[in-house]
Write a protein of this length. Sequence first.
Length: 289
Amino acid sequence: MICRQNLPVEKCKAHFRCKILLLLFVSMIRYEAKKKLRKEQEKMKRKAVREKKIAESQAALSKMSEEELVAWREARAMKVAERQKEREERRNRLQAAIKSGQRIVIDLEFENLMTDNELKSISQQLAYCYGANTRAPVPAHLILSGVKGKMLERLNCQMTGIGNWLVTLTQESYIDYFAKLAKGQLVYLTADSPYEIEELETDKIYIVGGLVDRNRHKGVCFDKAQSQGIATARLPIGEYMKLASSQVMCTNHVVEILIRWLELRDWEGAFKAVIPTRKRKVDGEEDRV
Ligand SMILES: C[S@@+](CC[C@H](N)C(=O)[O-])C[C@H]1O[C@@H](n2cnc3c(N)ncnc32)[C@H](O)[C@@H]1O
């Protein structure tokens, strides 16, 4: 077969490029289809487990005597009351943190540097951050700043309950939001900083970049902080743990490490509790690129 440039198809660069693009497209569709199937299978599995549990407890209940049933109902009521109490305590802790807890900003001004999938991923990471803060014995005051445009749309669509979160959510950039405070109180956390953080100080406000980029945009947070004239610091990971690859953590891991530090006042414990073992270097293992 001859192409428009009078070349055999296999020798034509344009055809070659087309073929590569087609192959990429097909593999992307296959990947998405597999992902969808896996999600559906997981959903079905969860449903089956739920239905099995209900059937088992119904079977057990039907075999109980009247006395046993009364005891079972009392135990269940006690459990419900305990859970309710725990929820209230968590709520109180979060409300107190909003008034006087350690301030941690998640800077969400990077919507233009992320693809739709990355926006989805950062939204999910925000939910992990909020979940970790809710469960923490010493929660932080989480401030989500720069929430607008595509970021706001994504959050509204993906996190329907976000309006009820006990956090501060603002469209403003952290610089404007904290304009009345001294700039020296702001510290941007970034793996690119030459300074290592020793401990969290209550009067300081720590900023974490809300960005998923597989480190495509190298140094973007460090450059931003430098151009705004605010301090930077990196986590002292290297002092306590060898990592298999770079020391750039994802947003939710950084926030979770800070939350753990507030509880333990110890970096090593915080790193061990949060950094997944797959990211750590096993003795004798070569560095991963
Ligand atoms: C996935 S990283 C973003 C990487 C991005 N290319 C950058 O310039 O930082 C998400 C955020 O986590 C924080 N972070 C990640 N690793 C860190 C480290 N080792 N020390 C301090 N902060 C870190 C930074 O605030 C960063 O913006």
